[in-house]
Design a protein. Structure first.
Length: 364
């Protein structure tokens, strides 16, 4: 059941959720709505309501498919003007129609996102910048640098708010736009300092054209075929251990996969992600170098990883990682061939995982 089906009171999707409907895109895992009524009425008319204690959202409904965050209002006429015009566009979920109180329809398809010149516009706050980052990541809006120039962040960011922001951005169609905005505005350095280290860690130009670890990680997101939170989180964080890895004569970033897996697990746990999710990200980052080696190593060294339900996703991470470098896709195709052979052999009762015939093995 869609989380919107839980609500009997009049309600309106707002911001990026309304734009998802307008542009006919798959709704995000988080949706946002205004509810006409008070909390008591909402609790009576909706099941499974929780109260997250967030400044902007009075209640939430969590389902297996995602979360719906709700703000109670007396009427939509009382909702204050948002400084980003497109954030004032609403979708009436009951009547399945759009509501344009301030005449912002003409701005929805503009490429640039900037505060309105209306005299009653609200002040651009820290929350406005985060809204701009989400709109950039989900809908591809260009945000003028003058809007998000490095600022002194004062927002009290809770774990749930940070998790909402993370999901909204990394599962967007263009997450690199929102993430770069957060980096340039100083948000990441202030709230997620270990990730900021990625932007100060250079890459060798002969392997990585992007210049540093952060830019490389953003580039990998461009090659996703699906926008799920698990793959997107693993891609963004797969090299987060490089700033903390030791440089040796043999390796520029020794043990960065192990270091990064631990950093990513702790970071996502701090945002309140469930244990299964953080462990899955740990697995993908810990083993993200392995697909490039499976065709060279003996099967007994790699089979414990190839047996995992996550190995196909690990291959997809490897493909995106390779695609963002100067190296071609040959390594990915070799890994796929090795994996297909492994699956075929493990399903064959007459062969070992390495492909040797069992009868011949017993005779020998």
């Amino acid at each position: 059941m869609n989380s919107l089906d839980h609500i009997t009171l009049p309600h309106y999707l707002i911001g990026s959720s309304a734009l998802d409907r307008y542009f006919r895109r798959t709704p995000g895992r988080n949706q946002y709505a205004l509810v006409v009524g008070d909390l008591v009425e909402l609790a009576r008319g909706a099941s499974a309501v929780t109260y997250p204690g967030l400044d902007d959202w009075d209640a939430a409904i969590h389902t297996g498919s995602g979360s719906l965050y709700l703000r109670c209002v007396d009427s939509i006429e009382t909702v204050p003007w948002h400084p980003l015009p497109v954030m004032n566009f609403l979708y009436n979920a009951h009547e399945r129609s759009f509501v344009d109180r301030f005449g912002v329809y003409r701005k929805l398809r503009d490429s640039a996102l900037a505060p309105s010149d209306l005299p009653e516009r609200a002040e651009v706050t820290d929350s406005t910048i985060l809204d701009a980052a989400v709109l950039a990541a989900r809908h591809g809006y260009h945000v003028p640098r003058s809007l998000h120039a490095e600022r002194s962040w004062r927002l009290q960011l809770t774990a749930e708010h940070a998790r909402m922001l993370w999901i909204d951005i990394v599962t967007g169609a263009a997450p690199w736009l929102g993430l770069q905005l957060l980096m340039e505005s100083g948000f990441i350095e202030h709230y997620w300092p270990k990730l900021a280290q990625m932007n100060a860690t250079p890459h060798a130009k002969e392997y990585h054209p992007e210049g540093n670890v952060w830019q490389h990680s953003l580039e990998t997101l461009r090659y996703r075929k699906a926008y799920g939170a698990l793959l997107s989180s693993a891609l963004l964080l797969h090299d987060c251990g490089k700033p903390f890895a030791e440089r040796t004569a043999q390796r520029a970033f020794d043990s960065h996969a192990e270091i990064g897996a631990a950093i990513a697990r702790d970071f996502l746990a701090g945002l309140g992600f469930p244990r299964e999710f953080t462990e899955d990200v740990w697995f993908l980052i810990r083993h993200h170098m392995l697909p490039g080696l499976v065709s060279q190593l003996p099967v007994f060294r790699t089979q414990h990883v190839m047996r995992s339900r996550l190995f196909p996703l690990l291959l997809e991470l490897y493909r995106c990682d390779l695609s963002s470098t100067y190296r071609g896709p040959d390594g990915y195709y070799r890994a796929c061939r090795t994996y297909r052979a492994f699956l075929k052999n493990t399903e064959n009762p007459f062969r070992t995982p390495e492909g040797r015939k069992l009868v011949q093995l017993y005779v020998e």
